[in-house]
Design a protein around this ligand. Structure first.
Ligand code: HQG
Length: 184
């Protein structure tokens, strides 16, 4: 396996473990999602034979900066389904945010707004390109939604931003959504 392929595989497994299934690697997350880096290293070493330096390369080369390593602890920056509280501070969002999804979801989104489904928050991007990347990873035709974050915020909804720049909200009621037509 090439080094790049190995890095991707390790990164995917780290996302799985740190967001959804720490017990799969014999780990326990603390209340804010952190785990000892030494323990994660042990688990990755036995599964993939990777060294500490390899794991640090995975973290540093991750295109979306999905992990934070600090004080010998590591956590995923967003995307959890397990019960953690990332203790993010509410922030004022940019005027417009974007969400990429499958076109087939639109009927249901139009009825009930964007819901967090199995994650802790709805994930939104500050730029349309990122939303497009999320959308095109899904099957079939995609849809980019524009979120009127300025109005949503002024009407009392909270926003949070993860350490890697993903905007998060509890939900997005449909009155703040419109399909993105490419024109501002
Ligand atoms: C959809 C990746 C029907 C929603 C990305 C999405 C992201 C509805 C799916 C991160 C709905 C949930 C998260 C409704 C929402 N009816 N469908 N009412 N409300 N949906 O994976 O945002 O690579 O939980 O549109 O970059 O796609 O993992 O969320 O299609 O930041 O770091 O239900 O995953 O990041 O899917 O992706 P997900 P997402 P990572």
């Amino acid at each position: 396996m090439t080094q790049a392929k190995l890095e991707t595989e390790v990164s995917k497994y780290m996302s799985y473990v740190l967001r959804h299934a720490p017990e799969a690697a014999g780990l326990t997350l603390d209340a804010e999602g952190w785990v000892s880096f030494d323990e994660l290293e042990k688990a990755l070493m036995s599964k993939y034979g990777v060294s500490r330096a390899d794991i640090i390369a995975v973290i540093e080369n991750n295109p979306k900066k999905r992990f934070t390593l600090a004080h010998n602890r590591i956590r995923a920056n967003q995307g959890h389904s397990v019960d953690v509280d990332l203790a993010l501070n509410p922030s004022e969002p940019p005027a417009t945010l974007f969400h990429g999804t499958s076109l087939v979801n639109w009927q249901s989104i139009e009825r009930e707004g964007l819901q967090k489904i199995q994650r802790h928050h709805v994930h939104l991007s500050a730029d349309v390109e990122t939303a497009k990347i999320v959308a095109t990873r899904r099957k079939g035709e995609y849809l980019i939604l524009r979120v009127d974050a300025a109005r949503m915020f002024s009407e009392g909804h909270s926003f949070f931003v993860s350490d890697n720049g993903v905007w998060l909200a509890e939900s997005v009621p449909v009155q703040y959504l419109s399909p993105d037509t490419g024109t501002p």
